[in-house]
Design a protein around this ligand. Structure first.
Ligand SMILES: Nc1ncnc2c1ncn2[C@@H]1O[C@H](COP(=O)(O)OP(=O)(O)OP(=O)(O)O)[C@@H](O)[C@H]1O
Ligand SMILES: [Mg+2]
Length: 310
């Protein structure tokens, strides 16, 4: 669906996007993740045909984004970072105007405008001036606009920016419901967002790809240790030493104690699990366990580790 080769963009000599190469398969939701200034919006603008790259190439649905930008725009619903909505138009009026620009007319146009308003839960505000809407509602008008011509590819630049938690959940559900008929590339710097909806993550930093994988494999492949948390009741002072003597345990620390129950954090070598040996040890020693769980590294840990190494 998207094929990017050595894409580079310089603004006045400063490199914003640096030889990016990646592909996006049809039917996937791909999260473009990176800190401020990483080059996410720049890449998305180029992909949407709104700006030429300095070098390299990109195709969408087989069409070159720069040389065949009309065909590309037909395949893409693009929601820019700061959606240029007409503030003095009413919501429905604006969407009809946009739909006509996208080549819809008559009954089909009116029906589609109704559908996208329903999808984005903005039907109730259809008669309000866009300029009088809150940020979250404007964001959803922009999303409705991007959906109007039923594009197979959605490029959404921070679609949940400025939304409240309820709206964020609604947008996530909406994105999930658009799968697999739509391929979605969305940018965000919220890691939980990527964990919640994306099939793949493209981590970008200083205009370069740091990682390109499933959220799962990224966190599993992390070199950082995973952690097992245990709450146990045991006599004696050598509990921590006994736990540390287990294979693959890096360190055991006691975080607290409450009426005899100790909360202990056990750091484990990457890709190792120590829950079973720990359970066996507790049985052998006559310790009581009332909670035992493994905490895998988060995408945030992955990002911090990768960007530190960059
Ligand atoms: N029109 C422009 N002219 C000059 N420099 C620009 C322009 N747009 C972006 N930049 C620079 O290019 C780099 C990448 O910016 P970009 O907006 O693509 O980042 P981003 O990943 O979208 O960041 P954010 O999370 O803040 O939206 C930044 O250093 C930015 O200052
Ligand atoms: Mg941006």
């Amino acid at each position: 669906m998207i094929d990017v080769q050595d894409l580079t963009k310089q603004y006045a000599g400063r490199t914003a996007v640096d030889r990016l190469t990646f592909q996006v398969e049809p039917g996937q939701i791909v999260g473009f993740l990176g800190p401020n200034g990483a080059g996410k919006s720049t890449t998305m603008r180029i992909l949407s045909g709104y700006m030429p790259p300095t070098s390299g190439r990109a195709t969408v649905n087989g069409h070159d984004v720069f040389h065949e930008s009309i065909a590309v725009r037909k395949s893409i619903g693009y929601m820019p970072e700061m959606a240029p909505l007409y503030t003095d138009m009413k919501v429905k009026e604006y969407l009809r105007f946009r739909a006509e620009l996208k080549g819809l007319s008559g009954r089909e146009m009116r029906q589609r405008v109704g559908e996208v308003m329903d999808l984005c839960t903005i039907t109730d505000v259809r008669r309000r001036l866009i300029g009088h809407l809150s940020k979250g509602f404007r964001q959803r008008v922009a999303l409705a606009d991007a959906l109007l011509h039923k594009p197979p590819l959605l490029i959404l630049d921070e679609p949940t920016n400025g939304l409240d938690p309820v709206q964020i959940r609604q947008v996530r559900d909406l994105l999930r419901s658009l799968k697999p008929a739509h391929t979605i590339l969305l940018s965000t710097h919220i890691l939980q967002e990527v964990e919640a909806v994306c099939d793949r993550v493209l981590m970008i930093h200083h205009g370069r790809i740091l990682a390109n994988d499933t959220p799962d494999r990224l966190t599993r492949g992390l070199r950082a240790a995973s952690v097992v948390q245990v709450e146990l009741r045991a006599g004696g002072d050598d509990v921590l030493a006994k736990i540390e003597a287990l294979p693959n345990v890096r360190k055991a620390t006691q975080d607290g104690e409450e009426s005899g129950w100790r909360t202990i954090t056990v750091r484990v070598e990457a890709n190792q699990d120590v829950r079973e040996p720990l359970m066996d040890l507790a049985l052998k020693q006559g310790w009581k366990i009332r909670e035992l769980h493994r905490q895998l590294p988060s995408l945030e840990d992955v990002f911090i580790e990768l960007s530190a190494a960059d």
